[in-house]
Design a protein around this ligand. Structure first.
Ligand code: SAM
Length: 243
């Protein structure tokens, strides 16, 4: 392909993924709105509104870069709850921290630069672990899922919001056109960067589809695994519990 992510070694890939997010961090929001016509906001709202969160809960939001999910989670866990934002990329973490701080959200939030594959927390630390549009970028997804389960308390819930496999056949050509023709052009126009967006489209196609991800969660030790498609499977929400 034009942007040769497919055949690069793992360490190199991680570096490249880092560069992608450093280069898009500032324009990230505008681009999300343009690419999804604002629908990513609805997906995120639904994701948080339907997760198992109670006032006072301690929550870990992985790949939490922009702070979008954390902000919504805060409404669910309240003043007595706490939210840890974890992201591998310092620039993304700063974007999230600045945004939350600007909205007066300081108490109850922590920021940790981390790799989801190896979490710097003891076992059974959280009531809920979320990862939104992040698992796709993690190199060793099985390791990340195992780690998510490890840091959950018994009875805790893991939730993954991620691009998935579009279900209706007729919709696929349209979706592909948007991904490979429209998206890189939007990227060039508004962020001066077509390659990062080409990478995003490519990473979406490589991500395990609904049933495969469900099986990966089961293999990582989660119980009562299931998923729900949103917008015809453009994204899916996967859920699993530590029992
Ligand atoms: N959750 C936010 C949202 O929904 O708007 C941000 C999603 S953004 C597409 C993906 C994030 O995953 C980036 O901030 C990136 O730095 C982070 N990321 C990629 N690989 C990671 C890893 N191995 N561990 C933790 N975060 C990672």
């Amino acid at each position: 392909t034009h942007f040769g992510f497919r055949d690069v070694p793992v360490a190199e890939k991680q570096k490249l993924v880092g560069q992608v997010f450093t280069s898009v961090a500032a324009k990230y929001d505008l681009m999300n709105d343009l690419m999804s016509l604002g629908i990513h906001r609805v997906w995120k709202r639904y994701f948080v509104a339907t997760c198992q969160a109670r006032p006072g809960d301690r929550v870990l939001d992985l790949a939490g870069g922009t702070g979008d999910i954390a902000l919504l989670l805060h409404e669910r866990v309240g003043r007595t709850g706490s939210i840890v934002l974890g992201d591998i990329n310092g620039a993304m973490l700063r974007v999230g921290r600045d945004r939350l701080t600007d909205q007066g959200k300081v108490a109850g939030f922590e920021y940790v630069q981390l790799n989801a594959e190896k979490l710097p927390f003891p076992d059974a630390s959280f009531d809920l672990v979320t990862i939104a549009f992040g698992l796709r970028n993690v190199t060793d997804k099985d390791a990340a899922l195992r780690e998510m389960r490890r840091v959950l308390k018994v009875g805790g819930q893991a939730r993954v919001l991620e691009f998935s496999e579009v279900k209706p056949e007729w919709f696929r050509p349209l979706y592909d056109f948007h991904s490979f023709q429209v998206l890189p052009r939007l990227g060039r126009l508004f962020a001066g960067d077509a390659d990062s967006y080409r990478y995003l489209a490519e990473s979406i196609r490589k991500h395990p589809p609904q049933d495969e991800l469900k099986a990966m969660m089961q293999a990582a030790g989660f119980e009562r695994c299931g998923y729900r498609n949103l917008s015809a499977g453009i994204v899916a929400i996967h859920t699993g519990y530590k029992v």
